[in-house]
Design a protein around this ligand. Sequence first.
Ligand code: GAL
Length: 395
Amino acid sequence: MKRLRMLLTMVLACGLVAAMLHAESAPPRTPNELALTPPMGWNTWNRFGCKINEKLIRQAADAMVSSGMRDAGYVYIVIDDCWQGERDAKGNIRPDPLRFPSGMKALGDYIHAKGLKFGIYSDAGQLTCGKRPGSWGHEYQDARTYASWGVDYLKYDWCSTYTQDAPSTYTTMSDALRATGRPIVFSICEWGVNKPWLWAKNVGNLWRTTDDIYDHWSGQDGYQHSVLAILDLQVGLDGFAGPGHWNDPDMLEVGNGGMSNVEYQSHFSLWAMLAAPLMAGNDLADMSAETKAILTNREVIAVDQDPLGIEASRVAKQGDYEVWARPLKGGGRAVLLLNRSATAHAITVDWADLNLPASLRMKVRDLWTHKDLPAARGSFTANVPSHGVAMLRME
Ligand code: GAL
């Protein structure tokens, strides 16, 4: 009896050691080497919601090229929720036959022929937020289908997931995408609920940090967050982003009509400071000259796309006046002065806020007027309009 017990203990101990060894020898997840700078493109949701069809997508692809947006860096055309029809008898996902009669392969080919990339949306649960079929239980099958359509980007939502575990659920789809052999950027959209910045670095290429954006400068309405509400939720997250793995403060509202052009300029500048994915969310085929000028400001885009990939942090705040800064490749800094108040106000960045010696003389360039300003020593002050920013490059 005693020997049997000893034997049992030994067997159990061996099992435990084997399990530990296995855990230790499991290969670490590696990055997929995609999205080394924040992805840029256009997505249907913010402007069109569920009212989408293949004609609209083709028009958006055409406008992406004719507007000069493609050449400014926007490449992904992403079809968000509501493209799905029923699954077929074998469980293969099919597009809504009325809205996408030519099929997704043909649409992907059209997008690729324009020098653009093709993005699509699904959900980790049984149903998407728009109540179309989700990918739960069909992850590998759907990933293979997307790859066969030429999909380059998948946004993966979190509706109807009930008790599902977020890290393992997203890892399953990440593995399914990798198994296709096609490079597919993976956009995690679980609204920041499970703090993806702590676990998603090598699972996805970007992760939403908050619930949805809406076309407002300030305030919040249920799950809908304004530009400033989202901005405040980014404080402290900057250390988690870097090449291949980005914080996603949600898509752009620039040009959708709910904010002034000054506010849209601030929204765009702030997202560039945050190294955010730049997904335009307006009607590209019907865009004002002001909207186009904001979205295609190459000096601001260059900050977003800086190869170091260091996200800005808020380095000073005095009530409604804030200073945000990020280091750039080559030793320079991008600096943004934000005025949240209802009147214009002078805002100063002190070199101490940038961890630089007061004696340093810095060149200053205004990224919205595209002008070099007089060099500054110790500090720099600009008069910033209400709800506006000054966005500067200093070196
Ligand atoms: C939300 C998501 C939005 C959009 C929408 C589609 O969960 O945050 O960006 O994708 O679903 O139903």
